[in-house]
Every structure is written in structure tokens, then in C-alpha cells.
Design a protein around this ligand. Structure first.
Ligand SMILES: [Zn+2]
Length: 173
């Protein structure tokens, strides 16, 4: 790393620390020629490979913009979208590769979006999975209903209401 002050082509690392979630390393550096100090931040580049083969840096904003389109007219606030973007980025980074196919990003969107809003989920899935007919929608809705009937229902319902986890128990009497 060149010194930004005198452009000496080398620098000495005096301190190095990783941020809390381990996604970036900050280094304090000193120039051996002019003695001035500066910092650098090192982050892992996460690239998304599009279907046409072009790569672009992963963008949480882009993910959120796509989901926001699917949420038009739905009771989904910006805070929920931001949280979803965070979850998607975590899931994509957890794949542990520096290049991730675009369809894996789409997959990472589906699960949290379904918990957030089922209508928005169906819209997003219809584009992402290229639903071609009404039958595709019907199949997906049948799958959703089947899963709702299972033990996953309370968690999904709680997430849909986006209410605090503490729900007072209802008594029959
Ligand atoms: Zn220097």
C-alpha cells in the first residue's frame, strides 16, 4: 500500500483488528519514509454472477429494491425490508464463496420473504421461478397451505404479524 502522503511504495502495519462480525479488517499503517500514519480497511469482495455471465458486486440495496417491488401495496415497512436485506446478505455470505450465482441470491430471498408476506412471496417467486401458468401459482399456493398445516404455523404466523415474540396465551374459559 503506497503512502497517501509521500507515495512511498511501502508501509508498515502497526495494528490490525477485525470488526465484530468478522467481515472487515482495519489496519493502522505507518510510512517508513515520512513517518505519517494512515488506515486501510480490507473487506471480502462478494460478487454475484448473473445469468449472462457478467459479475457485479453484491448489493444489499439492489436486493431490497427487488423485494420492495414485490411488496407494493402490501403492509411491509422499510424496517422489515432492511432486516430482510440484512438476512439475505448474511445467508449469501454464509455460502462461503467469493462469487455467488444470482439465482442463489434469489433463493436466499424466498425464505425470509415468505415469513414476511405471502402475497409478496408469491409475486417474487413467480418472477424468480418464471411461473408460466396459473397451475404454477396453484402448485405454490398448495405447497404454502400444506406447510401452514404443519408444525411451522405458529412461527410463520408470528413472523407475519411481526409482533413481539411474547403473545399472551389465550384461555378457553
Ligand atoms: Zn510517506
Amino acid at each position: 500500500m503506497h503512502c497517501p502522503f509521500c507515495h512511498y511504495p511501502d508501509s508498515r502495519v502497526t495494528d490490525s483488528r477485525t470488526n465484530e462480525d468478522g467481515t472487515a479488517t482495519r489496519r493502522r499503517r505507518a510510512c517508513p519514509r515520512c513517518g505519517r500514519r494512515f488506515s486501510t480497511v480490507e473487506t471480502m469482495t462478494l460478487l454475484v454472477v448473473k445469468r449472462c455471465g457478467v459479475t457485479e458486486p453484491f448489493s444489499r440495496d439492489k436486493v431490497i429494491a427487488g423485494v420492495r417491488r414485490a411488496c407494493q401495496g402490501r403492509p411491509v415497512g422499510e424496517a422489515s425490508l432492511a432486516l430482510l436485506g440484512h438476512r439475505v446478505e448474511e445467508a449469501v455470505r454464509a455460502i462461503g464463496r467469493t462469487e455467488v450465482p444470482a439465482h442463489e441470491v434469489g433463493l436466499a430471498v424466498l425464505r425470509p420473504l415468505r415469513e414476511l408476506d405471502e402475497v409478496a412471496y408469491l409475486r417474487f417467486a413467480s418472477v424468480y421461478r418464471s411461473f408460466a401458468s396459473l397451475a404454477d401459482f396453484e402448485d405454490e399456493i398448495r405447497r404454502l397451505r400444506a406447510e401452514q398445516a404443519g408444525p411451522a404455523l405458529p412461527a410463520a404466523a408470528a413472523a407475519l404479524a411481526s409482533a413481539p415474540a411474547q403473545v399472551p396465551p389465550r384461555h378457553a374459559s
